[in-house]
Design a protein around this ligand. Structure first.
Ligand SMILES: O=C(O)[C@H](O)[C@@H](O)[C@H](O)[C@H](O)COP(=O)(O)O
Length: 238
């Protein structure tokens, strides 16, 4: 059983965001230098924007970097709920404007068909991420790996190949409220670097509880059991 990752604590959101952006850009820069290209996958939600703003201002060879998402709400980019919209509006700006975006959403098809299209698009980029940033919900979900979701066990099956799956919206008001698209655990297992950014004491407590949970149904426990070298960067500040 792998050890629970050390939680690195930062005094302010600025210091936390700066540290995450520095590590992501170090890894992406090395991948471009060594392989001539790099792939980054990040989350949506309310947490990553300060990191994305710093990454956007970082001097990397962005024309050689593909940017995608770890999950997406099944909505068009015109929707305020769209994670793609967050990436385009905040990350693919400034120096990173030359970055190439690989969306997970495809219009006018079912969410499962969109997941197949996304899986093929990511496979065409090499089927592996050099650097991944994760957020975590207060229910312990990462990506769109939600508790009680009928897709959760498949998303957490470590023996499957890296892929993208459709996630139905939760029943009786349970999360997620929208259909989703999510990468699976195998994509995190094969990634070059995986960083989890946590903000707020509540999420730190959830992380510590989830880390001791059941790898078959709790994503944080699944990451640890799969031996993913997860870096956890935390700030109590909000
Ligand atoms: O689509 C999403 O919502 C995100 O990709 C999701 O995985 C996010 O990381 C967590 O839900 C945390 O969200 P917050 O950062 O808003 O707390």
């Amino acid at each position: 059983m792998s050890e629970t990752p050390v939680i690195e604590t930062f005094p302010t959101v600025d210091a936390w965001a700066e540290a995450i952006a520095a590590r992501l850009s170090e890894t992406l820069g090395a991948a471009v230098r060594d392989n001539g290209r790099a792939v980054f996958a990040g989350p949506g939600g309310t947490t990553p924007a300060p990191v994305y703003r710093r990454l956007a201002a970082t001097d990397l060879d962005w024309a050689k970097i593909a940017v995608t998402l770890v999950d997406e709400r099944y909505v068009p980019e015109t929707s305020p709920e769209s994670n793609a919209r967050l990436i385009r509006d905040v990350l693919l700006q400034d120096k990173a404007a030359a970055g190439r975006f690989i969306p997970l959403y495809t219009p006018e098809v079912t969410v499962d068909r969109a997941a197949i299209v996304a899986a093929h698009a990511l496979a065409a980029e090499g089927g592996r991420f050099d650097a991944v940033l994760l957020g975590m919900g207060e229910d312990g979900h990462i990506c769109s790996m939600f508790p009680d979701s009928p897709t959760l066990k498949t998303l957490l099956t470590p023996t499957l190949k890296p892929t993208v799956l459709g996630v139905p919206h939760g029943r009786d008001g349970a999360a997620p409220t929208l259909e989703r698209l999510s990468i699976n655990l195998a994509y995190l297992m094969s990634a070059g670097r995986v960083i989890l950014g946590l903000k707020g004491a509540a999420k730190r407590r959830v992380f510590e509880e989830q880390a001791k949970g059941d790898p078959k149904i709790q994503p944080i426990a699944a990451l640890i059991a799969a031996g993913v070298p997860l870096e956890v960067l935390y700030t109590e500040a909000s």
